[in-house]
Design a protein around this ligand. Structure first.
Ligand code: FMN
Length: 281
């Protein structure tokens, strides 16, 4: 601090890189550089022709959800998003970390999932059910590389289990019941937050769904889309008067193990805790 009380903005290179210069092989710089789009190579980099000429890819892209039809499932209530004003919702969102004992309602849970990644439009290609289904969030190339999982600790009429959301059928596939708390705690840096909420949402990326078209840039697109999805959950929760907090602090391999993911083709990207608000002390 100078004598006049002026604090200089930090020169952060040494804080970030541990030295004043980034190493030649800094992984973040290398990745960012490799995922840049250039005029001269854009056509080759985006490979949009591959999708146009490949029926299997076209059909697979229309079904951009993991499906385990053999698993038991729970149909979700008709979603009904809150009609709270958009301005109030935007202004009042805050990360909340103390949740109440009251459960989230079944309609609230269904609406949070719908806000996250629900289907809102089907493009008419002349065959009902065959057109691309668009969602609440934008998606690079409408390829929808994300999957949504939820552990409802306190949700009206829904037994605690690990579920996977199928937005195309609007239901929850039950992946795993039994004792979950130990594994969820083990996977999360903020374990109290992850098990003390009403519902813990976990978002994963299925990277091939975007990489076959966008290459390394597709990985950026998956992360960007994950942010859209997460913000929708946070705002939908805020509009319902629920508390919510996004969580980046989890142990990736343990989170992948919890969700049954190989961590390469599909890996956990983000978590969001939502719950009713406790009484203010
Ligand atoms: C990418 C990301 C990761 C975050 N991870 C955590 C987390 O692991 N634990 C936590 O308590 N809050 C987490 N947060 C919430 C931030 O701490 C919070 O957004 C910030 O303090 C600003 O407060 P606000 O959300 O109330 O505006 C995360 C936020 C973002 C955007």
């Amino acid at each position: 601090m100078s004598a006049a009380g002026y604090v200089r903005t930090v020169h952060s290179a040494s804080l970030i890189f541990g030295s004043t210069e980034p190493p030649q092989d800094d992984a973040a710089e290398t990745y960012h550089e490799a995922s840049k789009l250039y005029c001269s190579t854009a056509a080759r980099q985006t490979r949009s022709r591959l999708l146009e000429s490949h029926l299997g890819l076209q059909v697979s892209s229309l079904r951009s959800v993991k499906r385990s039809s053999h698993l038991p499932f729970v149909a979700l209530a008709e979603p009904a998003l809150s009609t709270a004003s958009f301005a109030d919702t935007i202004e009042s969102r805050r990360s909340e970390r103390a949740f109440g004992e009251d459960p989230i309602s079944a309609v609230e849970l269904s609406s949070l999932l719908h806000a996250a990644y629900g289907v809102t439009h089907e493009l008419d290609l002349g065959m009902p059910g065959a057109g691309p289904r668009l969602r609440t969030v934008p998606s690079g190339g409408a390829l929808f590389p994300l999957e949504v999982y939820v552990v409802p600790w306190r949700v009206e009429s829904l037994p605690i289990a690990l579920y996977h959301f199928d937005p195309l059928r609007r239901l929850l596939e039950r992946l795993r019941g039994g004792e979950l708390e130990g594994d969820v705690r083990g996977a999360m840096f903020y374990d109290e937050l992850a098990v003390g909420c009403g519902a813990l949402f976990l978002i994963s990326g299925v990277f091939w769904r975007t990489r076959f078209k966008y290459g390394l840039r597709g990985y950026r697109f998956a992360l960007l889309e994950c942010g859209h999805l997460a913000q929708n959950i946070l705002l939908a929760a805020t509009a319902f008067g629920l508390g919510s907090v996004p969580i980046g602090g989890f142990y990736d391999r343990r989170a992948d193990e919890l969700l049954g993911l190989d961590g390469v083709n599909e890996s956990t990207l983000y978590a969001i805790a939502v719950g009713t608000l406790g009484n203010a002390e």
